[in-house]
Design a protein around this ligand. Structure first.
Ligand SMILES: Cc1cc2nc3c(=O)[nH]c(=O)nc-3n(C[C@H](O)[C@H](O)[C@H](O)COP(=O)(O)OP(=O)(O)OC[C@H]3O[C@@H](n4cnc5c(N)ncnc54)[C@H](O)[C@@H]3O)c2cc1C
Length: 408
């Protein structure tokens, strides 16, 4: 006996959850089949000794238009970090801040020897261009590499190497600046409009909240899809027949089920550290000279619930996959320098090694007109942009594709 639904969604990541939400709102019966024990896919968190750790370092930007469209943020305990970054280079440091939130810090940076006034003015112009214009205006430009885009704006090489590269490499998970300038501008737009944050229950709270919005959709966890033939789906538990199927897994899992192309992945390693005292520093800290690490962030400065009483949780991410324990020592040293504490007083709680963190972005940036091949509709961040925004957009687009197919 097979179970019947209008639409079968494979994967309960953000894309699958968003697709289901749109479809059930149009009155269709939907089932989501998810192989893991929880919803959320790559947005996962777990507890270790009273600490709430995310599986990889990620933040939620409340300015993502598609996230706003879901309505999920209306009742979401987002704890935003201070919109400022401290760049440390040897013995000197400079804090660049959003003047709308931290006027004193922003003013102080005007007298810095590390960043010229001309470069600061260029940065203000760039943020204003990205933040005040529409996303369509950004996307209407011809794409180029980030480095070429920054140079075209007139930034000095000191500003590019000392500020832009260290900041963007942590956001894009790529060390070089050869990816899409259009995408970098979209990211700057989201930083202009929103203050990224986290949740006291970890990043997984976001997909959980999206799943909680579903009213009629059945979500089957711990049920792996093993084959798809037309609109019939076979899982470890049984068979499902639908009028349409959305494959909302990541691209590497998708090619285990159907023929297709894999995409290159960018990896990330995050060291979750316990520090001896509360620094109350909710701004991002970057040691410009200490690769492979990209930054350090005191998570408990905004979400003390994520650590046992009197404990401090700091995340230190790096671009790439670093299994060797040699890097554990370096990560601890990195945090010790940035927070001015002794290495001996820091302990490693856990290291998250995520080899498939972000699908590498297409360059130049393009978006597929259709997310469908034959009977099968696709969802997933790899079809749009490697982000919460991209995953949600891809889910909505997959749902619309199904509605068109079914004439609903
Ligand atoms: C380390 C890291 C850092 C990140 N940082 C940020 C950030 O700061 N800001 C930001 O906006 N984005 C960030 N992202 C990206 C963001 O998390 C992803 O873009 C988004 O979660 C992808 O959602 P998705 O639904 O496309 O895919 P996924 O989350 O991969 O979901 C796919 C789902 O399909 C399931 N599945 C696979 N195969 C099967 C099968 N055979 N049967 C049933 N189920 C199956 C999987 O278990 C999974 O639940 C980060 C991601 C990572 C990993």
């Amino acid at each position: 006996m097979s179970s019947k639904y209008d639409v079968i969604v494979v994967g309960a990541g953000l894309a699958g959850l968003r697709a289901a939400g749109v479809l059930e709102a149009r009155g269709l019966s939907v089932v989501i089949l998810e192989k893991r024990a929880t919803v959320g896919g790559r947005m996962a968190s777990h507890r270790v000794d009273g600490f709430v750790l995310d599986e990889g370092f990620q933040l939620i930007n409340p300015a993502y238009p598609e996230l706003i469209a879901t309505g999920v943020l209306d009742d979401f305990d987002l704890r935003s970090f201070e919109p400022s970054v401290r760049f440390v280079r040897g013995d000197s440091s400079i804090t660049l801040a959003d003047p709308r939130h931290s006027p004193t810090a922003a003013l102080a940076s005007l007298w810095s020897r590390d960043v010229s006034l001309a470069d600061e003015m260029r940065a203000v112009r760039l943020f204003a261009h990205c933040g005040l214009g529409s996303a369509q205006n950004i996307l209407a430009q011809r794409d180029t590499t980030i480095i070429a885009g920054l140079q075209r704006y007139g930034f000095s090489s000191a500003m590019i190497e000392g500020v832009w590269r260290p900041f963007l490499r942590g956001t894009l998970l790529e060390d070089d600046l050869n990816s899409s300038w259009l995408y970098a501008q979209l990211l700057l737009r989201s930083f202009f409009k929103g203050r990224p944050g986290t949740h006291p229950e970890g990043i997984a709270a976001l997909p959980r909240a999206l799943a909680a919005q579903l009213r009629t959709t059945s979500v089957h966890l711990d049920e792996e899809v093993i084959s798809i033939a037309g609109t019939t789906v076979q899982t470890t538990e049984g068979e499902y027949r639908g009028r349409a199927v959305i494959l909302a897994t990541d691209p590497t899992d998708a090619i285990c089920l159907i023929k297709g192309d894999d995409v290159p992945w960018l990896g990330q390693t995050t060291w979750w550290l316990s520090l001896p005292k509360d620094y109350g520093l909710s701004s991002l800290q970057i040691d410009v000279l200490a690769q492979p690490f990209t930054s350090a962030l005191e998570i408990t400065a905004v979400a003390p619930e994520r650590a046992p009483a009197n404990s401090v949780l700091v995340a230190v991410p790096a671009n790439g996959v670093f299994e060797s324990s040699e890097f554990d020592r370096l990560a601890v040293g990195y945090a010790a320098r940035l927070y001015g504490t002794r290495v001996a007083d820091i302990s490693l709680i856990e290291k998250s090694v995520v080899s498939r963190a972000l699908p590498k972005l297409r360059f130049p940036l393009t978006f597929p007109n259709v997310q469908r091949r034959g009977d099968l509709v696709y969802g997933g961040d790899y079809l749009q942009t490697p982000s919460i925004q991209g995953a949600l957009v891809s889910g909505r687009r997959a749902a619309f594709e199904v509605l068109t197919m079914l004439g609903s």
